[in-house]
Design a protein around this ligand. Structure first.
Ligand SMILES: C[S@@+](CC[C@H](N)C(=O)[O-])C[C@H]1O[C@@H](n2cnc3c(N)ncnc32)[C@H](O)[C@@H]1O
Length: 458
């Protein structure tokens, strides 16, 4: 690996005599991980049905596992059922460390493509509100897909800068994750193509962005709220430097200790001559753990946290008859006053979401489906939010049944007598009890309603 000389010098300042060990880590294996979606399946149940041979626990994340490539988890139907997310093991740490309680309002300010937002949403477990934002409008498309595959209904996906969000959500959030844009030094081992980008735009550029984003986040957080700052870089400027800047300018914040795990290293205040206890921050190095480089800081804002008021509750309008008809077969707990029809599209709005007119957003709430000529066509996202027992007619096939892969490829499949609860109409297609999508059964043939943009090999 050809590392820039100036990078090696920076690392030498950070690591001292450990530099050689770090440089040798470039010869070590690279690790791949998957994180279980606990809003769909418990870790115990996942271990029971686990179809992979190579899984081994990630020590710092209760629902994280290493796997090796021969297991190919992205090709397994459980991936399409949203039972797990593929994530680099160190990148599991930030969302795991930020404490989330059900019912909270949570903001992921730099969320795309959603590795951490999916975990924050899973921890909310269909309660509260997750605002997943990213400045890049194109990257928010992948973010929305990942949140929908995970079956998360209570979301608002925006593409704004933090100062614009502040006009709508000043001191609104209980918890904020700032997984900041950074120079990516922690990923050099895995993604060597990041090195030329680092040479063009390095820590100086990113530290300016990070400071701006941190200032914005401070305004968005409730007094008494907690936020987590993370990067995947080693640079002292972007890590201890950004934290020293932030704490100097925001005396209302203090650092919290992060639960310790073997191999974690403390932040180093001496690198930037800081008077703050930056040793409470955590640094991850690939020569210390089985994972890549990361930095984490957990910060709490002084004050008493106020309970969340139910703002913006929707008006209870009469629902169209075809929608009412479809919902007779749905037993998911669902507050009908939260359902909004916009033109032909039907949405289930999260409780307590303020109006967001004027914000650039990709999704607000759960897109339930569309009203077409005298019928309601349920969406792919709606299928992913449901549990098997929450829809009246189900076709549940085992993962080893070849029809599952054919269904995921968008093909029409044949259904035997007794394989569906009802012998005609809408069916929730499941793999081993976990919903994949919709189909419409007509005389033993299932018309495939799996969303074309999500098909296997699409
Ligand atoms: C490290 S990535 C986030 C990765 C994401 N948290 C995940 O786990 O999948 C940083 C993100 O910040 C976004 N970004 C850059 N500047 C931003 C800003 N000022 N406000 C919000 N997002 C920004 C980038 O588009 C990028 O997607």
């Amino acid at each position: 690996m050809n590392l820039p000389q100036s990078f090696i010098e920076n690392m030498s300042e950070i690591l001292g005599p450990e530099l050689d060990e770090y440089l040798e880590s470039y010869e070590k294996p690279k690790f791949t991980g998957l994180r279980v979606n606990t809003s769909k399946i418990s870790v115990e149940e996942f271990e029971r049905i686990n179809p992979f041979k190579s899984l081994r626990r990630v020590p710092w994340t209760p629902n994280g596992y290493y796997y090796t490539e021969e297991d190919a988890p992205t090709k397994h139907p459980y991936y399409y059922a949203g039972l797990y997310y593929i994530q680099e093991p160190s990148a599991m740490t930030p969302a795991s460390v930020l404490p989330i309680e059900e019912g909270e309002r949570v903001l992921d300010l730099c969320a795309a493509p959603g590795g951490k937002a999916t975990e924050l949403g899973a921890k909310l477990n269909h309660t509260g509100l997750l605002v997943a934002n990213d400045a890049s409008a194109s990257r928010t498309k992948a973010l929305l897909k990942n949140l929908e595959v995970f079956g998360l209904p209570n979301i608002l996906v925006t593409s704004e800068m933090g100062d614009k969000l502040d006009r709508y959500f000043h001191e609104y959030f209980d918890k904020i994750l700032i997984d900041a844009p950074c120079s990516g030094e922690g990923m050099f081992r895995k993604q060597a193509h990041m090195i030329p980008a680092w040479e063009r735009q390095g820590p100086e550029v990113f530290s300016k962005m990070q400071r701006e984003i941190l200032d914005q986040a401070a305004n968005l957080l409730k007094p008494g709220g907690t936020m987590l700052y993370s990067t995947c870089t080693f640079s002292k400027l972007e890590n201890e430097g950004s934290m020293d800047y932030f704490l100097s300018n925001h005396p209302e914040f203090h650092l919290e200790e992060i639960p310790w795990c073997e191999g974690f290293c403390p932040g180093k205040p001496e690198l930037v001559g800081s008077k703050f206890p930056l040793e409470h921050c955590v640094r991850l190095f690939p020569h210390k753990i089985d994972g890549e480089g990361h930095f984490l800081a957990l910060l709490t804002k002084d004050g008493e946290r106020t309970p969340n008021a139910m703002e913006g509750a929707a008006k209870s309008a009469k629902l169209p008859a075809e929608l009412e008809d479809f919902l007779k077969d749905v037993s998911m707990p669902l507050e009908k006053t939260q359902i909004q029809v916009k033109d032909t599209k039907v949405f289930l709005m999260p409780e307590g979401l303020k109006g967001c007119k004027g914000l650039r957003f990709l999704r607000s709430g759960l897109y339930m489906g569309e009203l077409l000529k005298k019928r309601f066509e349920p969406s792919q996202a709606f299928a992913m939010v449901l549990k098997k027992q929450e829809y009246a007619s189900v076709i549940d096939l085992p993962a080893v049944d070849v029809r599952i892969l054919r269904y995921l490829k968008g093909e029409t499949i044949e259904i035997e007598d007794g394989e569906s609860t009802r012998d005609a109409g809408w069916q929730l297609v499941c793999v081993d009890g976990y919903p994949l999508g919709w189909g419409k059964l007509i005389r033993g043939t299932l018309r495939n309603k799996y969303f074309s943009g999500w098909r296997m090999n699409a």
